[in-house]
Design a protein around this ligand. Structure first.
Ligand code: FAD
Length: 429
């Protein structure tokens, strides 16, 4: 028998249940389709496309090392799967089970083909919908979800295929280059994508940083979180494997990820509509929004986060909280605009995680304290006490000592005037 393995956002050979199942057939066709519908939309940000191409090159190497290859096509995934099934005589299709509205439409299209379709777990630790509160369709609040998540039994690890046997006469096709897929330039300090890079990062983080994660994960300058998020976004690292290896505080973060995915599955409008409407009116201040995007608000802790985002395609979680709170609570600008900007830059940009977190900060989401507002200066002194994070990302302030970097407006006028840095766009007192 011949099977098709459609890779989507599960770009790994290890602990990949769909791939393991597909490789049980006599012949297997590993396939990735550059989906025109996705490439035309906001999903195709240069940072994510760059990361994706790295991941595909690495995956192709791994499959070739096992005697296989990665077939690449461009177009509509349903059409391409149908075509390849005809060409190879495949009778079965395996792919990762994904619950976004888009993925569900894609699955429905695939299920209409003359193929036996199996959607396998693997994108989250616990699949959305596996845990439900009594009398409800999904958990709305994190803590009870986390308790159920910790107590649940996870699927066993999937075997890494030793050999991938292709049907004869298959042409895999070249890996396209970046400019064929997206306009724009990736961030200069973007991480390298792929399973090899992701596993290396996980191993190094477990060795050097995992033990005191609880104490250091909020320290902006220490920068000691795992930075696995883009690898998890593209499935270069198995979330189940990461959760099994990491300490409790880290597992809790992975449970947040699963939590947002189960909310998004139950409430597909999460990226657009308020999860809990609060009836707030938003300000339409284009200048303030532009200043926030560029990291020129004059509030160093906010600007440092926004510059890190452009430079690395990544931002520390604490900085995401501070910048998102500043946009929605201090500037009063709609969280959907902030989400759009994050989505343009984040290598880990993910609809469920991005929207779930933005709504949480804006007070329209799952927070049990929706009226809580973060004071940027207090956050700065607590999570960047030495000012080192701000100095690292704002070269204009690199010469300011200690905490002065957090409030350059308190400098004597001559020193203040010599800085090529704007005054704060609003009065923080
Ligand atoms: P670690 O601290 O090492 O955590 C391990 C993993 O847990 C992360 O890689 C991530 O997969 C998961 N995780 C941690 N915190 C969260 C969280 N709050 N929600 C969901 N998953 C979490 N994360 C994304 O992956 N994609 C996004 O688009 C995204 N948008 C965000 C937007 C805002 C406004 C905020 C406040 C947070 C957002 N996050 C998003 C969550 C979080 O900031 C990142 O996952 C985290 O900073 C990634 O760094 P890390 O891998 O070093 O995290």
């Amino acid at each position: 028998s011949t099977s098709l393995m459609l890779f989507t956002r599960d770009l790994r050979v290890r602990d990949n249940p769909a791939l393991a199942a597909a490789c049980r057939a006599d012949r297997t066709v590993p396939l990735f389709v550059f989906d025109d519908a996705l490439l035309d939309g906001p999903f195709a940000a240069p940072n994510r496309v760059r990361f994706l191409l790295d991941a595909l090159a690495d995956l192709r190497e791994s499959l070739r090392g096992r005697g296989g290859d990665l077939v690449m096509r461009r177009g509509d995934p349903v059409t391409e799967v149908a075509r390849l099934a005809r060409e190879t005589g495949a009778t079965e299709l395996f792919l990762a089970d994904e619950r976004s509205a888009y993925a569900r439409r894609r699955l429905a299209g695939l299920e209409e083909l003359d193929l036996k379709v199996t959607a396998c777990p693997g994108i989250t630790v616990v699949p959305p919908g596996d845990l439900t509160p009594s009398g409800g369709d999904h958990y709305r609040v994190f803590t009870p979800y986390w308790r159920a998540w910790e107590a649940s039994r996870w699927r066993p690890a999937a075997a890494t295929p030793r050999a991938v046997r292709l049907p004869p006469g298959l042409t895999a096709g070249p890996l396209p280059d970046l400019t064929a897929l997206t306009a724009g330039t990736p961030s200069p300090d973007l991480a390298e994508g792929g399973e090899t890079a992701g596993r290396r990062r996980l191993a190094r983080w477990l060795r050097d940083d995992a033990a005191d994660y609880d104490e250091v994960h909020d320290d902006l300058a220490a920068d000691r979180t795992s930075r696995l998020s883009p690898y998890l976004k593209f499935g270069c690292v198995s979330p189940r494997e990461a959760a099994e290896a990491g300490p409790t505080g880290f597992r809790r973060q992975l449970a947040w990820r699963d939590f947002h995915h189960q909310v998004a599955a139950a409430f597909p409008d999460l990226p657009r509509a308020d999860y809990r409407p609060r009836g707030r009116r938003w300000n339409h201040d284009e200048d303030a929004f532009a200043a926030w995007c560029e990291g020129l608000t004059g509030v160093p802790i906010v600007d440092a986060g926004m510059r890190q985002l452009q430079r690395e395609g990544f931002m520390h979680n604490r900085a995401r909280l501070v910048t998102a709170s500043f946009l929605t609570r201090d500037l009063g600008i709609d969280w959907r605009r902030g989400l759009g900007h994050f989505n343009d830059w984040l290598a880990d940009g993910d609809i469920a995680d991005n929207a779930g977190n933005w709504q949480w900060v804006a007070g329209t989401g799952n927070s049990t304290r929706p009226d809580q507002v973060m004071n940027p200066l207090r956050q700065a002194s607590r999570y960047d006490p030495s000012g080192a994070y701000v100095r690292r990302h704002l070269p204009e302030l690199a010469d300011l000592e200690g905490r002065t970097a957090h409030h350059p407006w308190t400098l004597p006028p001559d020193r203040r005037g010599a800085l090529a840095y704007p005054p704060p766009i609003l009065d923080l007192d």
